[in-house]
Ligand binder design. Structure first.
Ligand code: NAP
Length: 312
């Protein structure tokens, strides 16, 4: 069977590239020095795209691929894909839900512990040799504290279960109330006002851009810590930096940033922020499962079978 021509929009691990190359004719758009020349030579034949959750496939690019049939996202978030446009064009989109849920929830609960118990600062304190001069300052317990999840989906629920195991209480905000025992807040501001930890786990994209703005941070207040494992776009980063600098919120634990991998110097200098380089799903085990879904979705599409994890 003729190999399907596929455009690769992001750097991908070898354990994904190897099966992709074996099954398809892959063209590396991400690393191409002359992207226009690559599109001029193969654009008319491309039938598939592989990209990551953090990469973008704008309509202006997709319009240059008249035979495009499917976009397979190596990630659960697909805010970089113009899904509504794809639907109108009959282009299928797949992602990698569920297999990364537990790792991302682990990362979120680790950020809660790192920020509350000052674990990163304590580690730096010991490495700096400061212990011999005195004890590390006391930190805050998590037990009994209220965590508010913004976006109680697969990952949000997995975070809630972990935090309950740490003795925390759970509340949540989303567009719809769910049949769960946790308290629902239809007002994000009211949730922020009530909680000790505001944990962002909703999708990125235009609909949630700057959902966490200066007013939400003001409501969270000096007793509150913001945790974001969702997308950098959901948080107004300038407002967050201002709040951290003023101490008008207690702290932040962030795995994602508005313009990653660029992180503003001002944010890096905030001692009350724990910053991770988007490692939420970054384990061998999970990334291999995500790779398997990308490969199997493309294979199912090539065979004309049902997609495993379709977005549209
Ligand atoms: P999911 O199951 O679809 O859950 C998303 C939740 O967000 C839903 O409960 C939805 O509930 C809620 N939501 C949607 N729009 C909202 C809004 N405007 N305000 C508040 N809540 C809203 O998705 P998931 O698998 O849990 O993944 C969530 C996100 O995590 C992904 O989209 C991705 O961006 C991010 N993520 C990050 C990493 C990382 O490495 N840091 C890894 C994986 C995923 P309603 O429909 O009721 O509002």
């Amino acid at each position: 069977m003729e190999k399907m021509p596929v455009l690769v929009l992001a750097p991908l691990p070898d354990f994904l590239m190897e099966p992709l190359r074996a099954a398809h004719a892959c063209h590396d758009y991400f690393h191409a020095e002359d992207k226009a020349a690559l599109l001029a030579s193969v654009g008319a034949e491309i039938r598939g795209i592989v990209m990551t959750g953090g990469s973008v496939s704008p309509v202006a690019l997709l319009e240059q691929l008249p035979k495009l049939e499917i976009i397979s996202v190596f990630g659960v978030g697909y805010d970089g894909v113009p899904v509504d446009w794809c639907r109108t064009q009959g282009i299928r989109v797949t992602n990698t839900p569920d297999v990364l849920t537990e790792d991302v929830a682990d990362t979120a609960s680790a950020l809660v512990l790192m920020t509350s118990r000052q674990l990163i600062a304590a580690n730096r304190f010991l490495h700096a040799g400061s212990w011999t001069q005195g004890a590390f300052p006391l930190a805050h317990a998590v037990r009994g504290k209220l965590a508010g999840i913004v976006g109680l989906g697969r990952i949000g629920k997995a975070i809630a279960h972990r935090l309950e195991a740490h003795g925390m209480r759970i509340a949540y905000h989303g567009r719809t109330q769910q049949e769960v025992s946790w308290e629902f807040f239809d007002s994000l501001i009211e949730l922020a006002r009530a909680v000790d930890f505001l944990i962002v786990a909703c999708p990125g994209g235009a609909k949630t851009k700057h959902l966490i703005n200066a007013s939400v941070l003001e409501a969270l207040g000096a007793k509150g810590t913001l945790i974001n494992i969702a997308r950098g776009s959901v948080v107004d980063e300038a407002a967050l930096i201002a709040a951290l600098q003023r101490g008008s919120i207690r702290g932040a634990g962030l795995d994602v940033f508005e313009h990653e991998p660029q992180v503003p110097d001002a944010l890096m200098q905030c001692e009350n922020a724990v910053l991770l380089p988007h490692i939420g799903s970054g384990t061998y085990e999970t990334r291999r499962e995500m790779a398997r879904l990308v490969v199997e979705n493309l294979a199912a599409h090539s065979r004309g079978e049902l997609l495993l994890t379709p977005v549209c």
